[in-house]
Design a protein around this ligand. Structure first.
Ligand SMILES: Cc1cc2nc3c(=O)[nH]c(=O)nc-3n(C[C@H](O)[C@H](O)[C@H](O)COP(=O)(O)OP(=O)(O)OC[C@H]3O[C@@H](n4cnc5c(N)ncnc54)[C@H](O)[C@@H]3O)c2cc1C
Length: 364
């Protein structure tokens, strides 16, 4: 059984690692030229029942605990005047909750657990097609190709493999503008103190200004706005973003004003909740390729759990294990995707502040 994995993100790498623990080799094709080709983004909180479980099956719990930051779970939610609505402090040093880890560190941890030649870098899959005699043909953008018996699409939001299984459309659910404030402790200690060791969410009517402390002492700032009718690029300057926060406390909008460069703006997309496909032998999807959902803290966790469950199914039943993996994955993902869509809508509602406080306040 010759397995090919399209995409070396968190899902694809977790799959490759756990398969190897079952003595199954897979060819992994990644479009990035190398592991350092691009920055991997901010922090992720790994949940015990999904991301951490997958890492345990990958034999990497010790490595995760050495790198994770439980204190990064601390979060504050404030209103546009800067008044604190919620302040959550995790138990010091506890791994019982959802400790944060730098996304790049997590990816490195998975790469380091694979042989050097496990990832074929610089191979963007331009198209995937069934072979007449069974299996699949992968056409790379450099004109080369490869074949396989089993193909797993782990190639993210705009998967090249997904069209073989479903034509479910992507919808824009938000616009995200990201900025960075480097060396915040020294250059902007007041902003570093405002954000604290974890996350800050400033919630207003139909908009969120968020900031997250990074491992290197920088702050990653994100502005989330409704999709609306404006082109995302119209938010491409600090001034255009600041116009969205008229009347907010200057102590909060300083997170935009003091950023090191102009915002990087992009659409946030999602697949319809409940996306599924009829089983097709030898072919499946994991992670964002299978169930892209609004980024409210589940996508990477579910991608890694998909990987763990698919690896176990392939090890137990070979290619026949894919059907069982898919049925279990569809059932698991449906409520998670529904919850993610609800939270995303709540965060961008006119009543977001009161809704979010209710969401984070345990029922008595
Ligand atoms: C702003 C933001 C914040 C988020 N925060 C969180 C969070 O806190 N917690 C959480 O759990 N999730 C979070 N997510 C979601 C999370 O990032 C994704 O769900 C997760 O990365 C999915 O993993 P994946 O392996 O399926 O896809 P990806 O991480 O997207 O990896 C796909 C890989 O495939 C490669 N690739 C793509 N196309 C091709 C091709 N044609 N050929 C070859 N290779 C290809 C890419 O280069 C990439 O390496 C967030 C997302 C966003 C946008």
């Amino acid at each position: 059984m010759h397995i090919a994995i399209a995409g070396g993100g968190l899902g694809g790498l977790t799959l490759a690692r756990i398969l190897r623990r079952h003595d199954i080799e897979a060819a992994l094709y990644e479009r990035d030229a190398s592991r350092v080709a691009r920055s991997q983004g901010g922090l992720l909180d790994l949940h015990p029942e999904s991301g951490q479980r997958a890492l345990a099956e990958a034999g990497l719990t010790g490595e995760f605990r050495a790198e994770a930051r439980p204190e990064g779970e601390e979060h504050r939610i404030v209103d546009p005047s800067g008044s604190i609505l919620v302040h959550h402090r995790p138990d010091p040093g506890s791994f019982d909750g959802r400790p944060e880890i730098d996304r790049g560190v997590l990816r490195d941890l998975l790469l380091d657990a694979l042989p050097d030649d496990a990832v074929t870098w610089g191979h963007r899959i331009a198209a995937a097609a069934p072979r007449p005699g069974g299996g699949f043909w992968l056409a790379f953008s450099d004109g080369t190709g490869a074949d396989c018996d089993v193909l797993v699409g782990a190639d993210g939001a705009r998967s090249a493999v997904r069209p073989l299984l479903t034509d479910a459309p992507l919808a824009t659910v938000a616009v995200l503008a990201e900025l960075t404030i480097g060396d915040a402790d020294h250059r902007h200690p007041e902003l570093a103190a405002l954000v604290g060791p974890g996350n800050l969410w400033c919630v207003g009517a139909s908009r969120i200004l968020a900031a997250q402390r990074q491992r290197d002492g920088s702050l990653r700032v994100g502005v989330t706005l409704p999709p609306g009718s404006r082109q995302p690029r119209s938010y491409g300057s600090k001034r255009a973003l600041l116009e969205q926060f008229d009347g907010w406390s200057p102590g909060l909008t300083a997170l935009i004003e003091e950023a090191d460069g102009p915002p990087v703006v992009r659409r946030i997309e999602a697949l319809p909740t409940g996306t599924r496909w009829p089983h097709r032998p030898g072919l499946t999807l994991i992670g964002d390729a299978a169930h892209l959902m609004p980024p409210v803290g589940e996508g990477a966790n579910q991608a890694m759990l998909d990987a763990a469950e698919l690896a176990t199914a392939l090890a137990a039943d070979g290619v026949h294990g894919i059907r069982a993996y898919e049925e279990a994955m569809f059932a698991r993902i449906h409520p998670v995707a529904e919850m993610s869509a609800r939270v995303q809508a709540m965060m961008l509602a006119p009543t977001a502040a009161t809704d979010i406080v209710r969401f984070f306040t345990p029922a008595t």
